[in-house]
Design a protein around this ligand. Structure first.
Ligand code: KG4
Ligand code: ZN
Length: 329
């Protein structure tokens, strides 16, 4: 068996494990979602998330290794999310990974969750310079990629992240958590042109979604449940418009011909289609994260670890701890 990299992700409400081979291909990945546990509260409850990770992560990893027929001695390195995320959720996966790496006497790579999202469109292929749009539940940002570990954040949201806006608006109009998939589903039966919701585009190149959320609140007060699909579709149009127009404006400003898109919101089909169409129109190559790597997963953490290992980056020290506010470095 060639040496394998095992990856663990527990930054929020998914316990996830994956395995990456020596050539950067994903051998497999498995996930335990806590969506059902958090749904009754309308969002992620950190204390509950931690308990669920403690309860499910060890069994998940055992079952994954058994299903993949991977023996402990086949694993040559571990990569785990060190931040950003919920402190106590991160701690479960990080401590588990540290113990595993220590016991097997193999290196442990501490991965920035955002770098996992950022590099996921490359999916093990060579990293190329360009601009990246990351749209998740916690972040919405435009990042310039020059190469591995050489990134600058050019723009970000001034208030809510795009995914957060989907989650909050879904709750407002009576759709379940997580809001993104629920709004996308409801929007299929709705008219996205019925309500002209504001596309707020702050001029410096940042994003803003809280005004849109407030506009939906006032609109919804005057409507009834049968308007739900039209509101969902109109809201989705407004978010997609804002993301697409801003991302391509950045490409133009930076003379960039490659746009990478990743994060949970990037599994939205309307957004994917609009980005591809606009890419063709503007002569920009659009590289979308494969759908299986859009929402939180361990494969993207493993890939980031694999790139780092290949490039000869140092593994984490045993004294390194989680960092809920981990930035780029
Ligand atoms: O990347 P992710 O799994 O977690 C974070 O790192 O935050 O993103 C989760 C976010 C949630 O806000 C969820 O509502 C959103 O991604 N999302 C979607 C869709 N699927 C998930 N948003 C829009 N359309 C979707 N189909
Ligand atoms: Zn994420």
């Amino acid at each position: 068996m060639t040496p394998l990299l095992l990856a663990i992700e527990t930054s929020c409400d998914e316990s996830a494990v994956a395995c990456i081979s020596q050539d950067g291909s994903i051998i497999g990945q498995q996930l335990h979602s806590q969506v059902q546990e958090h749904r009754q509260y309308g969002g992620v409850v950190p204390e509950l998330a931690t308990r669920e990770h403690v309860k499910h992560l060890p069994g998940l990893v055992d079952r994954f290794l058994a299903a993949q027929k991977i023996a402990p001695q086949d694993i040559s390195a571990v990569a785990a999310t060190r931040g950003p995320g919920l402190a106590s959720s991160l701690l479960v996966g990080w401590t588990f990974s540290k113990a595993l790496a220590w016991a097997l006497k193999i290196p442990l790579y501490g991965i920035n969750h955002m770098e996992g999202h950022l590099l996921s469109p490359f999916a093990g292929q060579n990293i190329r310079p360009g601009l990246a749009l990351i749209v998740s539940g916690g972040h919405t940002m435009i990042v310039k990629i020059r190469g591995l570990n050489d990134y600058s954040v050019l723009g970000r949201t001034r208030d809510d992240a795009a995914g957060e806006a989907f989650d909050k608006v879904a709750k407002l109009i009576g759709l379940p958590y997580p809001g993104g998939p629920a709004i996308e589903e409801a929007a299929k039966n709705g008219n996205g042109q019925r309500f002209q919701l504001p596309r707020s585009l702050p001029h410096e190149g940042d994003f803003s979604f809280s005004g849109l959320k407030t506009a939906v609140r006032y609109l919804w007060e005057k409507l009834s449940p049968q308007d739900q699909a039209d509101v969902a579709a109109s809201f989705q149009e407004a978010v997609v418009d804002a993301l697409v127009s801003k991302a391509f404006r950045w490409c133009k400003d930076e003379s960039c011909e490659l746009l990478m898109v990743s994060g949970g919101v990037s599994c939205n089909e309307r957004l994917r289609n609009r980005l591809q169409e606009e890419g063709v129109r503007q002569g920009v190559e659009v590289l979308l994260a494969p759908k299986a790597l859009t929402t939180d997963n361990a494969a993207m953490i493993g890939l980031a670890g694999w790139y780092r290992m290949q490039a000869g980056f140092d593994a984490a020290g045993w004294q390194d701890d989680v960092d809920p506010n981990l930035g780029w470095s």
